[in-house]
Design a binder for this molecule. Sequence first.
Ligand SMILES: *Cc1c(COP(=O)(O)O)cnc(C)c1O
Length: 392
Amino acid sequence: MSKWKFIEEKVQGLKDDGVYRKLPINRGPCDHVIDLDGRRVVNLSSNNYLGLATHPRVKKASRDALDRYGVGAGSVRTIVGNQDLIEELEDLLAEFKEEEAVICYQSGLNCNIGTIQAITDKGDLIISDELNHASIIDGVRLSKADKAIYKHNDMESLEGILKEKRQDYRNVFIITDGVFSMDGDLAPLPEIVKLAKQYDALTYVDDAHGSGVLGRSGRGTVDHFGLHGEIDFIIGTLSKAIGVVGGYVATKQKVKEWLLHRARPLLFSTALPPAATAATIESVKMLMESEEHTKKLWKNAEYFKKALKELGFDIGISETPITPVMIGEDAKTMEFSKALLEEGVFVSGIVFPTVPKNKGRCRVMISASHTKEDLDHAIDAFEKVGKKLGVI
Ligand SMILES: *Cc1c(COP(=O)(O)O)cnc(C)c1O
């Protein structure tokens, strides 16, 4: 008997459930239309919300840095990987986010894993929304603190835990996504801040899908709610709307000093490559100069969502450009996604374990780079496939 039987059985299980898939190959840039497995298709599945991943200004900044600094940082930050570009980016992000200090990591996932572990300790309690992103869950797992989960966006559930447990712990951290990536709904930050004050807790918001999307020029969910200075840790990613790669936490200067000594991704993993850091600096500058990109994103999102609603699709409770088109059964969701591809539109089907079983959806990510023709083409494809599969 093969010693790999234990894995073979798992893979076979995926096939039996109708959710096995091969990764599609994109043979070019991540643009509004992509060359996927040799076909030109409208791309409705990237997090490149503002189209900055391919913007000429961003590419030029990256090329210039490549010539000047080479391709790799050559070391972790705490040895000799702390290139001046990273310091420049951190100062710029602090200014953009209107917070005291920013620390950059190699990705948003790294940021959550490294930050949560470093700021919490035995004798602390982490209270986490049940739908928080996987990288928060992993960060919480690595922490020595005790954990509690509250029902999604349910302030009674959160208060119940605070009331029952607050007095047993030194520090209590309330952790939530700012925008929930599977449904596009927002955390009720004003209420969370109120409870945090009432029960003397710290607040931690992962704004990966809010950064570059919500608030003035994409300053994020905290800015959207007018809560500057009220959230203790604001996480952002540089990999989504900013169009490059990396993650960061905006917080107090003294927290930065501690993280530079104890956040494990900064100590044990090589720093961001300079071409990526320079590209990010340019992207953030572009956001600070003009609201043009975020405005176009919202205009496109509103156009698309209105059309799908009018066709009779259930597009959930999204308050952002994330548009989950609810299909239901997991296998049918994958079938829907495949049929859209036949029509020249790529939307990934999202099924268990990313969302609960039979809450499958084709999650559309609208971008500022989509043209009206792209969106109309996609709307027609949704109508055709939706009727064929009996969804509308
Ligand atoms: C995407 C995402 C991350 C991970 O960001 P990367 O920079 O891609 O690693 C973290 N948190 C949330 C809420 C996300 O949506």
